[in-house]
Design a protein around this ligand. Structure first.
Ligand SMILES: Nc1ncnc2c1ncn2[C@@H]1O[C@H](COP(=O)(O)OP(=O)(O)OP(=O)(O)O)[C@@H](O)[C@H]1O
Length: 938
């Protein structure tokens, strides 16, 4: 698709006069005239003489839209950011940024207040709604990151303890922020929770112009990955990025009376805003047709906004001013720059990814190998048939490519053959080395994805808790909520707890925080290793390319041609193997996701059944007739159960999943049909029926997206135990299957999950949150551990690559059929080697018992079966398929005696850090939370 030029959209918002300005007796000098024009009057002139303003053009500015103090948040959103949503979903980048002096209303526009949310929430709500609307046609995954630029350093607002972040540009000039936390989310509320949490970390201080002045630029990035479904859309995927930026206020030192630290902050803010203004000026000149150098490198802010301003993004700037005469100068310069920005043009293009070669490392491996094969094949093809089998005449040019030691001066056939065999060995070794590195990269990438998912889940769980702490009963809108709150406040007062008695943080949440640090540390190490490995791979590639160039332009003999053919064959087999592995990993991750979803459905269905039972008991005990509508619903429900269609579907999935995982249909044993509650549900016909009575309300339940599904019963006072918490931890992330889970990891995760004492977790008590957190903590440990293990393996490989065939040709030439060094001939050969210091460290760190050794899967302690879980019936998937070394195609079978990794959750409890079974202390103890809750975050 052709890139299209797009004009930067500039809107202006004039806020109402503030109380301080009114007290100062400030006059209104900014007037909206029509929908697009603002007149800024000079307070030095007669403010009443508005008629003259049409003659003083420098004070009249035109924008795409102008809002005055009467404009609502909804009006601003509709005219600015709303139209960007569809573009982001179809793979376009978009940016909205709020610009203007301190206290002019930028944060109000972007974040807003609870009653009147700003652009952030409105955009995200529309985005998720649109995703819901097109879920049939495409798979989406959404993730977010949130950072601030403060005093020219970047800080992760979702994980401030991670220190300063590095801003880099990749080979294509795209800006990358190393180590920035990216959280996968499934709804706008989740993002807002994270955002609110992040905002509390944002640097803000009172200044003379704004009591809650943001001292940093905040950048929220939301990434939407879309993979189309359906036959026409084969292979089409795209990524749209939405940046929403709340800039720090520009200010004049004289006006703010800032001193010391504030003054220094102001200098930094002004410097970056000056850099931004310079870029706007240069870009607007360019937009006007003149070539102009644009220096984005002057500040971190402009480097971050490079694409938004001059690159591939649809961009909206919302400029803000105060209408007060006391802020005339700031308003004037803001209007000047904002007006200039209207000339800026960006070139937008859809970020389309071809699935077969998009950035998924698994598919990268395949396409790289494919290229290599094509290259080698064409080399063979180019041989002159007439010259085959006989030594070629010395080609001075080709000859010059030979290193002196290899130049066939004696020209004997024997010499030539020896030399060729050496080169061939070197080439094979070089390819082997590259393949090893690629495999390591693949594992590291898998580990990264797992770490990322684990971090996301923890952060969301922490955010849940924090929301619960600050707004207890936020999800509970039942009539007795107020009663309960009052009673609890009274109880708290009677205890004399007062303000200090804040709900204690559950142990699991504290653990979750620790886990986040642990996971992020692991993630950083993994990323660093990946970067190093990528560099080494690049240099190995160039060495191999050099080596290839040393081959003569025309092969000297059959042997030499044979060598090339062998190389091609080897690469083809490796490619086949890599393709099989990638396919398996993807399939397994998809299945794991579906399993999780099914488990949730199971749990939810059991919950429904319980609710029905309770309702029925209530009706029977109270001698009440069943209302006709309810009787009909009961009937429908029972019929569906009797038909067993849902059970059949579940069993079918389970059977399919098992057979797909181990490749044998017969191995799958479908789960027995659920009989548990059917009998109890079938007795509804015994109840008297009437059309008049109200359906007795059931317990409060909230689905995973926070939608209320039913109201709390007024007849039964549920108390704390009666409130059903929203499903806390088993989130179904919208991550695309290929990046969600590796086969190896999911196999291991399954082991640890099955061993988990909370594997059969019920989600219908408040304790479930704690239990789920606990489960997560255990899962995290295995993820961190597995990530560390993969990293160690990768490092081992790296170490091994130092002894590669490329560097020691004599070693690889020992066996012409298997030119690899002994220590790289298979996992068994490596198993005995001592681990790196890193691996030891990670073993020490990991609380789960880690056993290296050739323990077959069948001999490992079998975990208890997971009730209703399809996972419990699926065999383990091998960590990695045997490769096609020795030029044999790999067959995806479970490794019988492959050195295994055993994870025993029980041992974790005995040896490592314990997860206390203590239930979380009730966050509902005090009801003063809302009063004490943080004020509107900025
Ligand atoms: N359109 C508006 N309607 C009502 N109140 C507003 C409006 N815009 C801003 N305010 C109020 O003005 C005050 C300052 O606004 P805000 O904090 O959004 O400014 P800012 O531009 O983000 O400042 P800074 O750059 O210093 O962070 C806040 O109390 C905010 O509620």
């Amino acid at each position: 698709m052709e890139p299209r030029d797009q004009q930067l959209v500039v809107a202006l918002r004039i806020r109402p006069l503030s109380e301080a300005e009114l007290e100062q007796g400030a006059a209104v000098v900014a007037h909206k005239v029509g929908d697009q024009t603002v007149v800024l009057m000079d307070p030095g002139e007669d403010p009443e003489d508005t008629l003259r303003t049409h003659r003083s053009r420098e004070k009249t500015f035109t924008f795409d839209t102008v809002f005055d103090q009467h404009a609502s948040q909804g009006d601003v959103y509709r005219a600015t950011a709303q139209h960007l949503v569809a573009g982001v979903l179809s793979g376009y980048n978009a940016t909205v940024f709020a610009y203007g002096p301190s206290g002019a209303g930028k944060t109000h526009t972007m974040l807003g207040v609870d009653a009147e949310p700003g652009i952030y929430l409105r955009t995200l709500t529309d985005l998720f709604q649109a995703i819901e609307g097109t879920r049939e046609d495409a798979d989406y995954s959404v993730s977010m990151s949130y950072l601030e630029v403060y005093n020219e350093v970047l800080r992760d607002l979702l994980n401030p303890s991670s220190g300063f972040l590095d801003l880099r540009e990749d080979a294509r000039g795209a800006v990358q922020i190393a180590g920035l936390t990216e959280v996968s989310t499934s709804n706008a509320q989740e993002i807002m929770q994270l955002l609110t949490r992040g905002n509390r970390q944002r640097t803000q201080e009172p200044t003379a112009t704004n009591r809650t002045s943001s001292r940093s630029h905040a950048v929220l990035q939301v990434t939407v990955r879309q993979q189309s479904r359906g036959p026409d859309a084969a292979g089409e995927a795209c990524v749209g990025r939405l940046f929403m930026v709340d800039l720090a206020g520009s200010e004049r030192a004289a006006q703010t009376q800032n001193r010391g630290k504030r003054l220094q902050e102001g200098a930094h803010i002004n410097r970056s805003l000056l850099a931004l203004s310079n870029c706007i000026a240069a870009l607007s000149e360019r937009g006007g047709g003149r070539a102009h150098f644009v220096n984005f490198r002057d500040s971190k802010l402009t480097r971050l906004l490079k694409d938004a301003l001059g690159g591939n993004s649809r961009t909206v700037m919302v400029a803000h001013i105060s209408p007060a005469s006391t802020h005339f100068e700031e308003s004037r310069s803001t209007l000047l720059y904002a007006h200039r920005a209207r000339n800026i043009k960006t070139r937008v293009k859809r970020n389309l990814l071809n699935v077969s070669c998009h950035s998924d490392p698994r598919t990268d491996v395949i396409s790289d190998l494919r290229r290599q094969i094509e290259h080698l094949k064409s080399k063979v093809e180019r041989q002159d048939p007439g010259k085959r089998g006989e030594p070629a005449a010395r080609d001075p040019q080709a000859g010059s490519l030979w290193p002196p030691a290899m130049t066939p001066t004696q020209d004997t056939e024997e010499d030539s053959r020896l030399q060729m065999s050496r080169i061939r060995a070197q080439l094979v070794g070089a390819f082997e080395e590259q393949l090893e590195m690629r495999r390591s990269l693949l594992e590291l990438e898998n580990a990264s994805v797992e770490l990322h998912v684990a971090v996301s889940r923890h952060l969301l769980a922490i955010a849940d808790w924090e929301r619960e702490k600050t707004h207890p009963h936020a999800q509970d809108e039942s009539p007795e909520r107020d009663e309960r709150q009052e009673a609890e406040v009274e109880a708290a007062d009677a205890d004399g707890d007062g303000e200090e008695d804040a709900p204690a943080e559950p142990h699991e949440v504290t653990l979750a925080r620790e886990e986040v640090s642990l996971l992020l540390a692991e993630q950083r190490k993994t990323v660093a290793l990946q970067a190093g490995l990528e560099q080494r791979l690049a240099s190995a590639q160039s060495k191999a390319a050099q080596l290839e160039r040393l081959l003569p332009a025309r092969a000297l003999s059959e042997d030499q041609q044979e060598a090339l053919r062998l190389l091609c064959r080897a690469q083809e087999l490796e490619l086949e193997n890599a393709g099989l592995q990638a396919g398996l990993l993807r399939r397994d991750s998809l299945l794991s996701q579906k399993d999780r979803l099914l488990r949730r459905c199971h749990q939810h269905r059991r919950l429904c059944e319980r609710i029905i039972r309770d309702q029925r008991r209530l009706l029977r005990d109270g001698g009440l007739p069943v209302p006709a509508a309810l009787a009909e619903s009961y009937g429908l429900y029972s019929r569906e159960r009797d038909e067993g269609s849902l059970d059949r579907l579940l069993r079918l999935h389970s059977a399919m999943a098992s057979s797909l995982r181990d490749g044998s249909v017969g191995a799958a044993t479908p789960p027995p049909p659920e009989e548990s509650s059917r009998d109890q549900l079938d007795d509804w016909r015994d109840l008297p029926c009437s059309g008049q009575l109200e359906l007795p309300p059931v317990l409060l339940d909230t689905d995973s997206d926070g939608h209320r599904s039913s109201k709390a019963t007024p007849s039964k006072k549920p108390g704390k135990q009666g409130i059903l918490v929203p499903p806390p931890a088993l989130r179904i992330l919208l991550t695309p299957p290929s990046r969600e889970k590796s086969g190896s990891l999911s196999a291991r995760s399954r082991v640890s999950k099955l061993c988990s004492p909370v594997a059969g977790l019920e989600l219908d008590t408040p304790r479930a949150a704690a239990a789920a957190l606990k489960e997560m903590a255990l899962g995290t440990k295995s993820i961190a551990l597995i990530a560390a293990t993969r990293r160690s393996k990768a490092q081992d490989r790296e170490g091994a690559s130092g002894r590669s065939s490329l560097h020691r040709p004599e070693e690889v030439a020992r066996d012409p059929r298997d030119p690899r060094p002994a220590d790289r001939r298979g996992p068994h050969a490596r198993a005995g080697r001592g681990g790196s210091a890193e691996r030891k460290a990670s073993r020490k760190r990991a609380p789960l018992l880690l056993t290296w050794g050739a323990q077959p899967v069948a001999e490992r302690p079998q975990p208890p079966p997971l009730e209703h879980s399809t996972e419990s019936q699926t065999p383990l998937v091998p960590q990695q398929l045997p490769s096609a070394r020795g030029f044999l195609p790999a067959v995806p079978t479970a490794p019988k005696g492959k050195p295994g990794l055993s994870l025993h959750a029980g041992s974790a409890d005995s040896g490592g850090r314990r997860h206390s079974p203590r239930p979380p202390s009730s966050p509902r103890k005090r009801q003063g939370g809302s009063a004490r809750g943080p004020r509107r975050p900025k």
